[in-house]
Design a protein around this ligand. Sequence first.
Ligand code: DGP
Ligand code: NA
Ligand code: NA
Length: 210
Amino acid sequence: ESNENNNVRGALIVLEGLDRSGKTSQCSRMHSYLVEQGIPVELWRFPDRNTCVGQMISSYLANKSQLDDQTVHLLFSANRWEKRSLMESKLKSGTTLIVDRYSYSGVAFSSAKGLDIEWCKAPEKGLLAPDLVLYLDISPEEAAERGGYGGERYERLEFQRKVSQQYRILRDETWKIIDACLPLEDVEKRLRELALDCITDCRNGKSLSP
Ligand code: DGP
Ligand code: NA
Ligand code: NA
């Protein structure tokens, strides 16, 4: 009843964390749960490897092509920009988006290579701001012990340590930090609660910010 224009919108919910933090499986669990609750929701991820830009990124990550750090940074950003208008229309039409990685990954991974952090942030400006950032917190050492680093370019302990430091610089008081080493079900439950609260706030008229 609080929404006079009937413009109930979906929530933009982002999950971030190191490789092997459990993000991807938690995203899909959250997605299934929200579907069961009858909430209009889609599961997205970045990089989106399905687009032409995404295929360039994928080949770079697989070490099948070489690109300099600035170039690949801008490709990751372009990959988010190419989905921006679809993202906006989904949210405005009431669909909640669960997004596995977003601009924070962009800045954390590239600045971990030594690129200037402000330079890294610049191309992300103007993308839609998330309503909720959920950070799955795990030390690089614990993540590495989980095994199954897939062999992609960034999946090395030394580099993940640097990424972890950059995430620390980026995080602010609005982020929700979840201990990724708790039992899977506890992590899942906490994420659900936070997501449901956020979806409710958005339905009650919290506006979409650039
Ligand atoms: P994923 O598909 O979530 O495993 O991501 C692939 C790898 O790419 C992973 O190591 C994280 C990294 N990554 C994700 N987004 C970005 C980005 O925007 N910029 C950079 N440099 N790396 C990213
Ligand atoms: Na990965
Ligand atoms: Na992942």
